[in-house]
Design a protein around this ligand. Structure first.
Ligand SMILES: Cc1cc2nc3c(=O)[nH]c(=O)nc-3n(C[C@H](O)[C@H](O)[C@H](O)COP(=O)(O)OP(=O)(O)OC[C@H]3O[C@@H](n4cnc5c(N)ncnc54)[C@H](O)[C@@H]3O)c2cc1C
Length: 359
């Protein structure tokens, strides 16, 4: 390629921002647009994996995330009022031997700042409204700004991707019926270790999860209407924001059509258990930028689709185990969790997958 390709990134969530950062450090300038006025204000991803920290390190983002986030070193698994296991996250075989807990809104703000310092401004309030494949080029129209013709489009426009819809790419799967709840809360008298997350499982398949996001600040998620109701030690909690959501489990049939590539939630969505959603998107974006620079983009779907598939299968298994109300399944599951807790060698494969170090 004699001249630099014209690249458009649709969506300035963690996936699109990573693509822009990764391209910028390789000498490519992309236009990046988002229909919203700024980074998400919503309660979404919290856990940043060692692999994501490694990917973002050369851009300068990781240093800032490490300064702001909490290094989570353990996960306590409980059944009713008993501790089943404490998983030692610091066994992750990596120099970043922790999951970094930081609200997604703060992660996106850091990414946007670092990108701006590299001279790339996110075009907020600009929505992609139309897209056409025209030979080897991609023509797009926006509302809020002039569109244009691009060599490559990276669609990181989330689960309801307009780009995926325009291209008619299937997004096969289903949405779980159960309503989940989520809340951010200050818990002044948290009785457990500060940098530890908790999964609290119950007889009827009810479950609550909590993860620290700051000094006395926590994010709680539950498959019941009360995000904190199944977590012990939360009396006196002051909830600052809360919401409900359903879990979609879907994957795009292909991640590429002509010069258009899908990444992040536009390509795959699944349960938040295991904290992989945002991290898989960061990995997709890194792969896209690396392949664009190395002119190997045609291998993108073949690399990324099976990785997304494997995580969807594993996260569905974990979700079913967590939500089981069957006494036999619960007994087997609890035995497995206790055994994993006792045997560090059994913790390692799961930790490596959550960390993004093994697919
Ligand atoms: C309750 C909840 C908890 C979660 N917890 C975790 C967790 O702990 N760990 C984890 O890794 N993941 C978690 N996730 C998932 C994580 O939030 C997503 O995987 C992540 O946000 C996906 O990033 P993305 O950049 O692909 O898409 P998004 O963050 O959805 O960003 C897409 C962007 O595209 C923009 N856009 C959409 N359409 C257009 C258009 N036509 N034109 C221009 N812009 C457009 C949107 O405004 C948006 O900013 C959670 C999600 C939820 C809902």
């Amino acid at each position: 390629m004699a001249t630099k390709p014209r690249i458009l990134i649709v969506g300035a969530g963690p996936c699109g921002l990573t693509a822009a950062l990764e391209l910028a450090r390789r000498g490519f300038t992309a236009r990046i647009i988002d229909k919203e006025p700024g980074p998400t204000p919503l309660s979404k991803a919290v856990g940043i994996s060692p692999r994501s920290l490694e990917i973002l390190e050369p851009t300068g983002v990781t240093e800032r995330l490490l300064a702001e986030g909490i290094r989570m070193k353990g996960v306590q698994a409980r059944y009713e009022d008993r501790v089943l296991a404490i998983i030692d996250v610091s066994r992750i075989p990596h120099r970043f031997n922790f999951l970094l807990a930081l609200p997604q809104s703060e992660t996106e703000t850091v990414m946007e700042d670092v990108l701006a310092a590299r001279g790339v401004k996110v075009e907020w309030n600009v929505e992609l409204t139309a897209l056409r494949l025209a030979g080897a080029k991609v023509e797009v129209e926006f509302s809020g700004a002039n569109g244009g013709t691009f060599d490559y489009v990276f669609a990181a426009d989330g689960a309801h991707s307009r780009v995926r819809e325009i291209l008619g790419l299937g997004f096969t799967g289903h949405t779980h019926k159960r309503t989940w709840s989520i809340a951010d809360a200050v818990i002044p008298d948290w009785p457990f270790a500060g940098a530890t997350a908790m999964a609290s499982l119950h007889r009827a398949g009810d479950a609550g999860f909590i993860i620290p996001i700051g000094a006395n600040r926590f994010r709680a998620v539950s498959n019941t209407p009360d995000p904190l109701g199944h977590i012990p030690g939360t009396a006196g909690a002051q909830v600052s924001q809360s919401d409900t959501f359903h879990i979609p489990v879907r994957q795009a049939d292909r991640y590429q059509e002509g010069g258009v590539f899908l990444g992040g939630d536009a390509a795959h969505v699944h349960s938040p258990i295991g904290a992989r959603g945002m991290n898989l998107g960061i990995e997709d974006a890194c792969s896209f930028a690396t392949r664009l620079a190395g002119r190997t983009l045609d291998g993108y779907t073949a690399e990324r689709h099976p990785i997304g598939r494997r995580w969807i299968v594993l996260s569905e298994r974990m979700l079913a185990a967590v939500q089981s109300a069957n006494p036999v399944t619960i007994a087997v599951r609890n035995t497995v969790i206790r055994t994993i807790g006792r045997l560090p060698s059994m913790q390692r494969p799961l930790l490596e997958r959550v960390a993004g170090l093994r697919e």
